[in-house]
Design a protein around this ligand. Sequence first.
Ligand SMILES: *[C@@H]1O[C@H](CO)[C@@H](O)[C@H](O)[C@H]1NC(C)=O
Ligand SMILES: *[C@@H]1O[C@H](CO)[C@@H](O)[C@H](O)[C@H]1NC(C)=O
Ligand SMILES: *[C@@H]1O[C@H](CO)[C@@H](O)[C@H](O)[C@H]1NC(C)=O
Ligand SMILES: *[C@@H]1O[C@H](CO)[C@@H](O)[C@H](O)[C@H]1NC(C)=O
Ligand SMILES: *[C@@H]1O[C@H](CO)[C@@H](O)[C@H](O)[C@H]1NC(C)=O
Ligand SMILES: *[C@@H]1O[C@H](CO)[C@@H](O)[C@H](O)[C@H]1NC(C)=O
Ligand SMILES: *[C@@H]1O[C@H](CO)[C@@H](O)[C@H](O)[C@H]1NC(C)=O
Ligand SMILES: *[C@@H]1O[C@H](CO)[C@@H](O)[C@H](O)[C@H]1NC(C)=O
Ligand SMILES: *[C@@H]1O[C@H](CO)[C@@H](O)[C@H](O)[C@H]1NC(C)=O
Length: 846
Amino acid sequence: MILQSLVLLLLTAIAPVFAETGIDAWLRYAPLSSSVTRGHLNSFPNHIVALNATKDGPLSSAASELQKGIKGILGLNLGVSSSQKSCSAQKTIVVSTLDSYKSACGKLPPKLDLIQDGYWLSTKGESVQIIGQNERGALYGAFQYLSLLGQGNFSQVAFASNPSAPIRWSNQWDNLNAGTAAHGSIERGYGGVSIFFENGYVKKDLSRVPLYGRLLASVGLNGIVINNVNADATLLNETNLEGVKRIADLFRPWGVQVGISLNFASPQVLGELDTFDPLDETVIKWWTDKSNRIYELVPDFAGYLVKANSEGQPGPLTYNRTLSQGANLFAKAIEPHGGIVVFRAFVYDQLNETDWKADRANAAVEFFKDLDGQFDSNVLVQIKFGPIDFQVREPPSPLFVNIPKTPVSIELEVTQEYLGQQCHLVYLPPLWQTILGFDMRANGRQSYIRDIVTGKTFNHKLSGYAGVINIGMNDTWIGSHLAMSNMFAFGRLAWNPQADSQDIVEEWTRLTFGLNRDVVSAIVSMSMKSWPAYEDYSGNLGIQTLTDILYTHYGANPASQDNNGWGQWTRADSKTIGMDRTVSNGTGNAGQYAKDVAHMFEYTQTTPDDLMLWFHHVPYTFKLHSGKTVIQHFYDAHYAGSATAQTFPTTWKSLEGQIDAERYKEVLYRLTYQAGHSLVWRDAISEFYRNLSSIPDQLNRVRNHPHRIEAEAMDLSDFTIVDVDPTECASKYKAIATNGTGTATTKLNVPSGKYNVAVNYYDVMGGIANYEVLLNGKSVGTWKGDSENYLGHDYSSFLDCHSAIRITFEGVKIKKGDTLTIKGTGNALEQAAIDYVSILPQGVVD
Ligand SMILES: *[C@@H]1O[C@H](CO)[C@@H](O)[C@H](O)[C@H]1NC(C)=O
Ligand SMILES: *[C@@H]1O[C@H](CO)[C@@H](O)[C@H](O)[C@H]1NC(C)=O
Ligand SMILES: *[C@@H]1O[C@H](CO)[C@@H](O)[C@H](O)[C@H]1NC(C)=O
Ligand SMILES: *[C@@H]1O[C@H](CO)[C@@H](O)[C@H](O)[C@H]1NC(C)=O
Ligand SMILES: *[C@@H]1O[C@H](CO)[C@@H](O)[C@H](O)[C@H]1NC(C)=O
Ligand SMILES: *[C@@H]1O[C@H](CO)[C@@H](O)[C@H](O)[C@H]1NC(C)=O
Ligand SMILES: *[C@@H]1O[C@H](CO)[C@@H](O)[C@H](O)[C@H]1NC(C)=O
Ligand SMILES: *[C@@H]1O[C@H](CO)[C@@H](O)[C@H](O)[C@H]1NC(C)=O
Ligand SMILES: *[C@@H]1O[C@H](CO)[C@@H](O)[C@H](O)[C@H]1NC(C)=O
């Protein structure tokens, strides 16, 4: 018995303390090494005092989180009490609201200016003070303190911190999937199924909800809209509203208030009324009753999010009512309860590209400008950061300066819908800060977007941020370990939009991966390079991301932007490219900005290169400020961006052994995939515009791949040469495919030596094809078309730029004249399909 427990003890002592699945994200509370804690443990507080905490409220969470964190990080077991006597005793951590602290302890730091949710944190003096303006603030202060400890930062600090705006919400686009036996899917979610819904109901097992609440609270987020803006009316039925109550009860200890998205036509969809006219008395009563019921169940319910008359959603325009009349219907229904209505500005109609002046970017201002002043005071208009739709580069939405009488919030997308769907590392804060730090010059005065969305510029109390986060049941939450830095940073920027992007990812990395300097500097450096690289190998100069906008929003398909009604046009032809958004000759969109900004965007001379094609229609030979032509910039950027992506797996590999095996392997898989897929992007976009413009690359890289062997040029047995659509998604426009088992063979006419053998193939959904590379009949390696089990982007059924993927076998010894064979076996709906093989000398990528 004794021996057994001893063995067990030993085993637990050497086993890693944490299984690093990603579930704890940045709240791992991993133990600090003794070299970091040395000299700090003896003087460390030995007791936590939580003053006057409400049961199951944020202050109680703060106390238990401090206990848990300190145990994890420092290995110390601290007791929690509520004894007011000890509130200023030595070696105590006091966590409290301001009012309780005042009445129990009296003394306060001078000039303590806390606003709602703000906190004071002091580690100077006898005791550690964590004092919130409210309980939530105390919880945020506790998390901040734990972040310092987790980073091994024992310095004496004393500071107050206040949020930049009161609304700091997560938006989740989770579906109920009513009438199906499906787990709740998530629109534009790449991290598994919903933590809230399944089969049309709120789930019985909501065990992930408090964990999510904890993550949100840890970065100062205080609200969440739990369901898709393309809303399912059945969320409002009694069974589901009781489910919403269960969800709200689980978020409440973390200070996260729950709201829901509404389907405008709910009374009709649910079969209870035959109209949803916002001015109809029965409709008004229906919503009033519904809202009253919701507040009975959830007294601190946050409010409604509404997407109306957009992309097929019903709305007030059906009844010739204004959008503001629609918004006010809900506003009046929840105003007595203190709730708010967040009305999305993402309203636009299909347009006809033959009309040179048609422009989806104009829609928001056209729909909302005249309504300024007509919204009830508890309505907030939520504006996507740019005028189109979360592209890799956009100017700020002009709506931000067109409705000064209306409170607004900014909508950012944490989930990477157009930005690599968590399969490409793209650290987003540098993109967000191009928007938040943009001076809109309202009334000729300095007015940064960050000051508009925090209510400063136009003097509004209600204001803030929404992040479309879309975490799911995956252990990594968002689908990828590294992509969680975006969620972390969203919270940090909503708290302080001027925080430094690099500082944020540094903090996140230390908490997520530990203090090892090599690890921190590698992850920070990759993260900071990642958005510029992604922009470089996707869509440049403001032309938009150039993903397939009609299908997955994932891989390249530049032609999909044009010749349809969606208005994400590039207007590229054989000579020219770009949207003419000038007032003088174009859509007039530049004129929707305030004077100084309008003037800047009106002329190519003053428009920055990175937005040139957003605002101007120019020849491919147009000279940018950089001195390059548009077309040469495209080529150069695509080569530079994908070259940067090649360094990511190499950088990551330098960390082997310094990161737990599980996360090391998972991240390496993704970065390797990204490096390969960035080449697919590079080649597709370069080829597309090479073909369209007929202008060659000055550096002769495009269409010139000396290390490649096209699969269609090999000796084929039971493989068929097939077209790929779009054609630029295959090297030399063709691939080979088989449903059975085929072989493709060729003699290698390269000098004898060591090579990396890269195979570009296609991995679609619906089956798992098998592959093998052989040299002189001997296996070099095998692989499967099974990336759908590891990646989680929106999959394609076709041979295209979404399914195109690369595998590389490194350091293969080849003798001149060796025979290379690729064997492929299709499975179910997945053909084995190969584009080309590259025989790459060491250090060469092509
Ligand atoms: C404790 O909190 C309650 C409400 O949360 C408040 O009414 C009361 O005054 C507080 N007591 C102290 C000593 O601060
Ligand atoms: C510790 O944290 C404080 C407060 O954020 C910061 O000012 C200081 O630079 C940090 N110290 C170190 C060594 O990182
Ligand atoms: C609520 O909606 C679900 C999903 O459509 C449905 O199955 C259920 O019967 C409804 N319950 C009530 C009480 O209306
Ligand atoms: C729609 O409303 C506007 C303004 O209230 C009014 O001028 C117009 O006649 C209405 N149209 C219809 C078809 O009811
Ligand atoms: C767009 O407008 C052109 C010219 O007015 C017309 O020929 C074409 O049918 C329109 N297309 C659509 C989809 O309405
Ligand atoms: C998380 O997602 C990845 C990629 O789709 C997958 O390989 C893994 O099995 C998922 N894990 C869980 C627990 O859902
Ligand atoms: C002005 O607009 C027309 C379309 O109406 C377009 O064909 C032309 O290229 C534009 N001119 C300039 C200088 O951009
Ligand atoms: C080149 O572009 C033309 C249209 O400009 C298109 O018809 C053709 O299919 C393209 N060729 C290739 C190989 O993609
Ligand atoms: C494989 O089967 C599918 C479905 O029958 C067919 O569309 C496709 O052309 C086949 N592929 C080849 C290479 O024969």
